[in-house]
Design a protein around this ligand. Structure first.
Ligand code: CO
Length: 134
């Protein structure tokens, strides 16, 4: 059912320093910071030949990233995002298997303007999973 790895998201304590490290030390193509107020994050997209990296930094009062950084002050992998063709069909199938969908259970529009859902990390070996319809 799942397709390509769309991105790996990394929460970072210093967005400018992390962007510069990916640009100069790793030689990656690093975009400009984008505020995503609906998701409580500022995101920097990094284009790799086969996937993307998203650097996440808290934005606003109730950012979902803040608690993660409080527990992981030097940052860490926050989630992985897999592509699906039909997000509703994927959601319904996953619910049938016992997986829990976070939030209302309805897809939201994600950072790339496409519908996304998140699956409970406790159901996926401790890894928060994002599904994105492509
Ligand atoms: Co994501």
């Amino acid at each position: 059912m799942i397709g390509r790895l769309n991105h790996v998201a990394i929460a970072v304590p210093d967005l400018e320093a992390a962007s510069e490290q990916y640009r100069s030390a790793l030689g990656a193509k690093v975009g400009a910071p984008q505020a995503e107020p609906d998701h409580g994050v500022t995101v920097v997209f990094i284009e790799l030949p086969n996937t993307k990296i998203e650097l996440l930094y808290p934005l606003g009062e109730n950012s979902p990233i803040q608690g993660f950084l409080d527990k992981n002050p030097s940052g860490g992998i926050h989630h992985v995002c897999y592509e699906v063709e039909d997000i509703i069909a994927a959601r319904d199938h996953l619910k049938d298997t016992g997986a829990r969908v976070l939030g209302s259970g309805e897809p939201k529009i994600g950072a790339h303007g496409k519908p996304v859902l998140f699956l409970h990390p406790k159901d996926f070996n401790g890894c928060l999973v994002e599904l994105e319809q492509v």
